[in-house]
Design a protein around this ligand. Structure first.
Ligand code: SAM
Length: 212
């Protein structure tokens, strides 16, 4: 869908999801309770609506493509959360590739597992693991994708694990908005495992130093 269509979908969902519960609650409870709940719901919906406009599947797909995700690759979404990029990545990669969706939070893993089952995605492997010890084999991965998560496990051990699982010509793509660039680059450089090959806004792409 185009951003304009998302705009109208957002408005309709917003109206339906605020007015209908409001009417139901107003009917069931006292007016004050209905108002309070409706207000809370309004705030939640407002952010969902903003999110829907600014992060359409098209926008997310372009972010994956810029990170270097291509057909037939084997990739890991490290700290995948509830799967914001996992399912689009699965479509780009196709049946001959594989997406490892790895997270340390059981709720995220449950959500991705259910979404995978509902959508019938065969090329996704859901992994409940710590990124410091992924259980993945050596030199198995074409691309490690880390979106909005590196700041949660930014240390040398993570980078060592990523270097272990990446193929010699593999790519580490990190989209990082939380950390200041100087600190981010200091952590990467101090590990002495990766070299920066490309940077666009907050998307950093690295290759292995040993791959030179
Ligand atoms: C801010 S969320 C980002 C989620 C997702 N990448 C996105 O863009 O929506 C960070 C994620 O990193 C995960 N995480 C934190 N520490 C981790 C670790 N040591 N190993 C694996 N995942 C971790 C959290 O559970 C969380 O889902």
């Amino acid at each position: 869908m185009e951003p304009q269509q998302w705009f109208w979908v957002g408005i309709s969902a917003f109206l339906a999801a605020t007015i209908i519960p409001y009417l139901i609650l107003k009917y069931i409870y006292h007016k004050l309770l209905a108002n309070v709940l409706n207000y809370l719901f309004y705030i939640l919906l407002f952010w969902m609506w903003i999110f829907a406009i600014y992060e359409t599947p098209g926008i997310r797909r372009r972010r994956l493509e810029k990170a270097g995700v291509k057909e037939r690759q084997v990739i890991v979404d490290l700290g995948c959360g509830p799967g914001r990029f996992v399912f689009l990545a699965s479509k780009i990669i196709g049946p001959e590739g594989k997406v490892y969706a790895l997270d340390i939070h059981p709720l995220n893993i449950a959500i991705v597992t259910v979404r995978k089952a509902i959508g019938g995605y065969k090329n996704i492997n859901v992994m409940y693991a710590d990124c410091h010890a992924t259980q993945l084999p050596d030199k198995a991965i074409d691309l490690v994708f880390i979106n909005d998560a590196f700041h949660e496990f930014a240390d040398k051990d993570t980078l060592k694990e990523v270097a272990r699982i990446l193929k010699t010509d593999g790519i580490l793509a990190i989209d990082e908005h939380e950390m200041r660039e100087a600190k981010f680059m200091r952590i990467i450089e101090s590990a002495n495992l990766f070299t920066l090959i490309e940077k666009e806004k907050k998307l950093y792409k690295f290759k292995l130093l040993i791959g030179d």
